[in-house]
Design a binder for this molecule. Structure first.
Ligand code: NDP
Ligand code: ZN
Length: 365
């Protein structure tokens, strides 16, 4: 076993604090990673606070992880010691179901679905049809820690052109917004609407723009209109009824990143006939959609979950090639509780990334 140090929440109402634990040594097909940076996703906050009612404590969040390979098992072929690698939301899948065979590990239909980087299997063992936990792990500890041990297939290569701290949020916020845009065929000249201008929204806007789309960001925050302009995209206050009316039936694709349940109907109105609005932000029951609004112009409301491994590598390479990445604010791990508060208030621009060296210094102190 390896001694590890991280930051964990012990209960839904507790702050994150230093936490010592053990990880298994790297097996033949696994690598050990010294974590350098970890992005702070709003999902981390939902999980820590048990907002999805499935949190296993202690909870060590973090699924936007970048670090150096420090050990490689005897069977490892994809990475060598010293490589800069990234780990996103998944660290294993069943590998036998149809989605896994098609390369869509993120839609794994195995008894426990995929194994998340933190909080264990996506479907808790007790919910699997036979009550068996195929991963033999009830909990997993994420990237708010000094080390991580993962199967080599679930580690992505960080392109040399990307700074490690900038690459980190691409592993979740990047692929979660890239994957649906790819799936629904966003292309040059399309009009794309991004709803909610936070960590995911910032990536979505930049990716869509790099794909050649004309991008509009819908925000509830006046100050973010200028920030949209700085990015070269149009900002619209979703409370501005005149602006909303003027955009009726004009979008080829829309992506909602709002982190809680919300009314989609004002946005469905803005789609062209036959087009799709994809919800990635709210993973919970939403306000009902009036099917008349959808049926009359054959529109679709869809959802999408992170992205598969191939898309994750693709979006990292795409960002390197196009010279784009998230706007980040690097923080010390000791500031994590304050950072959570700011994310919830919408104060972050646009992603906090933890410098994990601050944790190692704490260990030494
Ligand atoms: P952020 O908090 O960084 O951004 C969300 C933005 O949505 C805010 O900045 C704000 O933008 C807007 N917003 C926040 N609260 C509300 C509200 N009550 N009503 C309207 N708008 C609101 O979060 P992230 O971008 O990190 O994550 C967004 C969501 O996506 C989270 O719920 C997360 O769990 C989920 N997620 C889903 C994934 C998936 O696979 N489907 C993967 C990763 C994350 P503004 O000020 O512009 O209004
Ligand atoms: Zn995330």
């Amino acid at each position: 076993m390896i001694k590890a140090l991280g930051y964990a929440a012990k209960h839904s109402f507790s702050r994150l604090r230093p936490f010592e634990f053990e990880r298994q040594e790297a097996g033949p097909n696994e690598i050990e990673i010294e974590v350098q940076y970890c992005g702070v996703c709003h999902s981390d906050i939902h999980q820590v606070k048990n907002e999805w009612s499935n949190t296993v404590y202690p909870c060590v969040p973090g699924h936007e992880v970048v670090g150096r390979v420090t050990k490689a098992g005897s069977g490892v072929t994809r990475h060598v010691v010293g490589d800069l690698v990234g780990v996103g939301c998944m660290i294993e899948s069943c590998r036998h179901c149809e989605p896994c065979h098609s390369g869509d590990q993120n839609y794994c239909e195995g008894p426990n679905s995929w194994l998340a980087t933190y909080n264990g299997p996506m479907v808790p063992a007790k919910m699997a049809p036979d009550g068996r936990n195929m991963y033999e792990r009830d909990n997993t500890f994420g990237g708010y820690s000094d080390t991580l041990v993962v199967n080599e297939d679930f580690a992505l290569k960080i392109p040399a052109k990307l700074k490690p701290e900038v690459a980190a949020p691409i592993l979740c916020a990047g692929v979660t917004t890239y994957s649906p845009m790819k799936h629904w065929g966003v292309k040059a000249g399309d009009k794309v609407g991004v709803i909610g201008f936070g960590g995911l929204g910032d990536m979505a806007a930049k990716l869509a723009r790099a794909m050649g789309a004309e991008v509009t960001v819908f925000t509830r925050t006046k100050e973010k209109l200028e920030e949209a302009a700085r990015l070269g995209v149009t900002g619209v206050l979703d409370s501005d009824a005149d602006a909303m009316r003027s955009l009726k039936s004009s979008f080829d694709f829309m992506l909602s990143t709002i982190p809680e349940k919300h009314d989609l109907s004002p946005f469905i109105d803005l789609l062209k006939r036959d087009r799709t609005i994809v919800v990635v932000g709210a993973l919970e029951p939403m306000a009902p959609v009036n099917n008349q609004q959808v049926a009359f112009h054959r529109k679709s409301v869809a959802g999408s979950l992170i992205g598969n491994l191939a898309d994750t590598q693709e979006v990292l390479d795409f960002c390197a090639e196009h010279g784009i990445g998230p706007d980040i604010q690097v923080i010390a791990i000791q500031d994590i509780n304050d950072a959570y508060r700011k994310v919830e208030k919408g104060d972050v621009r646009f992603r906090y990334v933890i410098d994990m060296a601050t944790l190692r210094h704490e260990e030494a102190a």
